[in-house]
Design a protein. Sequence first.
Length: 330
Amino acid sequence: MQSRMKQDLTRSATYTVDCEDFVHVVEFNPFASGGVGSLIAYSGNNYVAVASCRFQEEDSSVSGIEFKVLKTFHHGARVDAIAWSPETKCDALPPLLRFCTAAGDKTLRVFTSDFHEQNEYKVLQGHKDYINDVVFSSSEGNEIASVSDDYTCRIWDLVGNQIAMFMLRSPGMSVVWHPQEAHKLMVAEKSGIIRIYDLLRHQAILSLESLQTPLMSADWCLKNTFRVGAVAAKDWIIWEMPRSSYPQDNKPAHTEIARHYKWSKCNENIFATTGCPGKLHTQLLVHHLGHPHPILIGSTPVGSGLSWHRSLPLCVVGGYRNLFFYLTEM
């Protein structure tokens, strides 16, 4: 009965978009950007493309998905993470596009563009090893935080100055700046420790502990600031702050090691995880805390990256020459 139920939940992508080559990273803009639907950035081997997308679920004049690449940036190195600046505004005069990448050469690149002729990027140097995640401060967008295999979390200004550094006890895997907690930063380490840092006092004020390792990805729930989730080993794990430093709930998710964890932006009970059941496919699972089993199962060829739309119950995974969009029933 259980296997039949799982089979019924296995779905093809709701929408598929063709790309030039393998998509390494994909990221919806989590901020309102004005005028062009949703912005999405994705990376190929040596470039970052920025596109607009509209879906029929949000605009009845659209049939399925309307997808348009607005700008492509040469990158010159592998992209390991992409972060959007809240300053990005398509309806400003002149329009402003700003995002940051973590590059395979252990630097950060901050790209700024007017979508037309004015394009520049600033290189931020200081990390000694690969950078696993990067995020803009979600209020003003004038600071950037990054975590690395070099056991550090670093905070930068847009000019490239390092303005703070936290020493970690293992590689930093995820970093999150919550829009409702402007002076706090969440940092997740591979050893299974997640810390919330007070940026005014420059010290950790809360720590959460996973009983499994390695922790590969963590996220801070947008709709419920007490809720933090992660994947470690094959399991998903959820904490309810400040109830306990130990998990409130955890369950096996994937047959092999889990890779990504992302909360839905529009429902505090829904989250997605990815894992690799084999070398040729990535498994996407969408979970609801009120259900004992995943509410959606997807499979993508050699998938990479995971991101949720800012207002729709829709997530995207990159793959070989494709973006795969999955719409979740609420």
